[in-house]
Structure formats: structure tokens, C-alpha cells
Design a binder for this molecule. Structure first.
Ligand SMILES: [Zn+2]
Length: 401
């Protein structure tokens, strides 16, 4: 892929903005050192981000006899960004400032059996109205809305959701939202949103080759190459959850046979528990959340059934991660999603042991597997960060280069 002048400019803007968010208040010279840029290039980008009201000068630092240095930070009065996390049972909306700090949030419930697109769009619009009213943000101060859809998003803004009871096939969600809200809209899925959040705020900051694995009801991966999301030819890269693990094995929700999701997604873990102990009181039929919570509680007191269930699950996950390591050679693998969150270190321990056995030595030694360190909703944060990335990519494309 040929890197144009514009690509380099974009990557440099990302580096400067990421560093200011992480290290503010910070002087230009320190940004240049951290981002590996010349002081002149850094000063130029800072001035551009200042004009866009993303950065502000917030004071001075003495510099040992020389002129005092101006200190920069994300502009607290800058434009607002909105992140929306659509899940199967709720719509979560958050408003952020240019430091990607949450200023307000709203949650709208969705009916698990009734999710026509018009209804979901209504809930999103209602959530956005609530948070903007609360903060009294005028329309022209909103940079854009990032929306994470629990499925696949085509390059044309059409969404497909494969969850049971969601009959969404190529729903023109971007167009439906554009009819109702006056801001630019960016759609992607939670895998990509979580990955962008890790690149800006989590353990993947400053890393080039990253895999973020989401474990929930569904399972998937977000991949980053040279610090930017990898989309693939038709925007479906990262469907690691549907790669095969067991010939003629269990079926997943999408209908494929023996895939990773069928063994390490919440329904797969419930099945595993049932295989280990069919009458276990930990099993709450048709309630994934309650069962995973019961397993987590049982693990913390050393329950042998829970331990055996998670050892088996960690075995499957370890093999699937070893395949990912051999194919992709990442520097870091981050486990996120509510299942990873609840089962935490117990699941990670078994996963590491198995992955070490199945991965090749060289890529294994070059990687680490960790739990998501972000202590807030990474999906709405990532959706808003996608808006920031889009804005930084497009800013100045006509006037400056
Ligand atoms: Zn599958």
C-alpha cells in the first residue's frame, strides 16, 4: 500500500493528539520526542489542532533559564463527540470532550424480541437528545456521532445484525440516522470500537500490531496493523470467532459448525458447564449473564465444577489464540467484553498455559496476553474515538496538507 503525504499527516496528527490526551499538560518539545517527530512538524500539527479547538494552551513551564514553555492540553471547551453502543438489550449513549472524558450518559432499553430499525433509531435519537439537553450543547458544537452496531457494517453504511430475534439484513442505518440527526455519523462494530479504544487509551497505546478479542455472547477480534485498524477487503476482517476449532463440533448462533464462538462465547461456556456437571446449581437455564456470574463467584471460592469448566474453556480459547498468534504475530493481545471481564484472571491463566503449548516459540515470545485495562465502557468510548479519528483524517484535506 502506497503511503501518501496525506496518510503520514494523518498518522502524525493521531500521534500528537494521543500523546497530549495521555500526558497533558505537556510542552511541544516533549510531544515531539514522544511522537518521534521534529519540533517543527510538531509545532505545525499543534497549531492545526489548536485551530480546530481540540487543543488549548493552559499555562507555562519554566525551562531552566530559557524562555518558559507553553503547556498544552485537550481543550475542555472544544467540540463534543458522541459515542453510541447498541447492544442486544440496550442503547448506551455518552458525550465526550476532546480529552475523551465522559460528560454525560444515557441508557435506553431495547426489547429483546422487538427490534425493528425504526424503533432502534428512535432510542438512539432519544438518548442523544437526553445527553445534549442535560449539557445544553448546541448542534454546531457536536463533531459527530460514532455508533457501534452488534453485527457487520458494510462500507455503504448498511448494517446486518445476526443476533437471534434481530432480523437485520443490510439495514441502511447510516441513512436512517442521517434523516433524524444533523451530525455526521460513523458506524462500525464493537470489535473495531473496542480496538480503537485500546489503541488510544488502553494497553495497545504505542503498539503497532494488536489483536483485541471480545468475549461476550458473540466472539470476535479487532486487528490493528501499524497502529491503525485493519478492515480487510470487504470490511469483515476479524471474524476470528467463526474460525473452526472442532471438526463436526457444536453449532454457533450464526450456524457454523465447531467455531471458536461455539466454545468460548457465553452460550458455549454454559454448554461446557452442562457437560461437566449436568445438574450443577451454577447453571441458570436460558440466562447467560446469571450463569457466567455464578461461575465467577464459584471460581473465587475454588469450586471444582467451575474450575473444571473454565479450565476446558481456557483450553479452547488458548488454542484459538495460538492460531491467531501464529497467523498474525501480534505484539499484544487484549481480552475484552463482559465474559472476559467476569471470568478475568481465572480464564486468562488456563488460556495462557494452552496458548504457550500450541503457538510457535518465536511469535509466542514476542507477544503478551492481558485483560482490558480500561475501566469504563470501551465500546461507546471507541465509537466516539472513531469520530475523532475521522475528523483528524479529514481535517484540512482541502485547505492544508
Ligand atoms: Zn460461528
Amino acid at each position: 500500500m502506497k503511503r501518501t503525504h496525506q496518510d503520514i499527516r494523518r498518522i502524525n496528527r493521531f500521534a500528537v493528539m494521543r500523546h497530549v490526551i495521555a500526558s497533558a499538560p505537556v510542552a511541544r518539545r516533549d510531544i515531539a520526542t514522544a511522537a518521534g517527530l521534529s519540533v517543527a512538524t510538531t509545532a505545525d500539527i499543534v497549531s492545526e489542532l489548536h485551530d480546530l479547538e481540540l487543543l488549548a494552551e493552559i499555562g507555562q513551564q519554566e525551562s531552566g533559564g530559557g524562555r518558559p514553555r507553553n503547556l498544552l492540553a485537550p481543550d475542555p471547551d472544544g467540540p463534543r463527540l458522541i459515542g453510541v453502543d447498541i447492544a442486544e438489550t440496550y442503547v448506551h449513549v455518552e458525550v465526550f470532550d476532546p480529552a475523551l472524558r465522559v460528560l454525560a450518559r444515557a441508557e435506553e432499553e431495547l426489547h429483546p424480541q422487538h427490534n425493528p430499525p425504526e424503533h432502534v433509531v428512535d432510542r438512539i435519537v432519544c438518548g442523544i437528545d437526553t445527553v445534549l439537553d442535560e449539557l445544553q450543547v448546541p448542534d454546531d458544537r457536536v463533531l459527530g456521532v460514532g455508533v457501534s452496531v452488534p453485527g457487520q457494517v458494510g462500507p455503504n453504511g448498511k448494517a446486518s445484525v445476526f443476533a437471534p430475534n434481530w432480523n437485520w439484513r443490510d439495514v441502511p442505518l447510516a441513512a436512517l440516522l442521517a434523516e433524524r440527526i444533523p451530525y455526521s455519523v460513523r458506524l462500525d462494530n464493537p470489535l473495531r470500537a473496542s480496538t480503537v479504544a485500546e489503541l488510544w487509551f488502553g494497553a495497545a497505546r504505542g503498539r503497532d500490531h494488536v489483536a483485541v478479542l471480545t468475549l461476550g455472547t458473540g466472539v470476535g477480534a479487532g486487528l490493528a496493523v501499524h497502529g491503525a485498524i485493519y478492515h480487510g477487503a470487504t470490511n469483515t476482517a476479524g471474524e476470528w470467532g467463526h474460525t473452526n476449532l472442532v471438526l463436526e463440533g457444536r453449532r454457533c448462533r450464526r450456524g457454523c459448525v465447531g467455531c471458536v464462538e461455539a466454545y468460548v462465547g457465553a452460550p458455549g461456556i454454559m454448554q461446557q458447564l452442562q457437560d461437566v456437571a449436568p445438574d450443577s446449581p451454577l447453571l441458570v437455564p436460558s440466562d447467560q449473564t446469571a450463569t457466567i456470574n455464578a461461575l465467577a463467584a464459584a471460581l473465587s471460592v475454588g469450586d471444582p465444577v467451575a474450575e473444571q469448566t473454565i479450565a476446558a474453556t481456557g483450553g479452547y480459547l488458548g488454542v484459538a489464540i495460538a492460531n491467531m498468534i501464529n497467523l498474525f504475530n501480534p505484539q499484544i493481545i487484549v481480552l475484552t467484553g463482559w465474559v472476559a471481564d467476569r471470568l478475568g484472571e481465572h480464564l486468562l491463566r488456563h488460556t495462557r498455559t494452552t496458548a504457550a503449548r500450541y503457538a510457535l516459540d518465536e511469535p509466542w515470545e514476542g507477544t503478551e496476553i492481558i485483560l482490558c485495562p480500561i475501566d469504563r465502557n470501551p465500546v461507546s468510548l471507541g465509537a466516539a474515538t472513531l469520530v475523532m479519528e475521522g475528523f483528524l483524517s479529514e481535517a484540512g484535506t482541502s485547505s492544508r496538507s
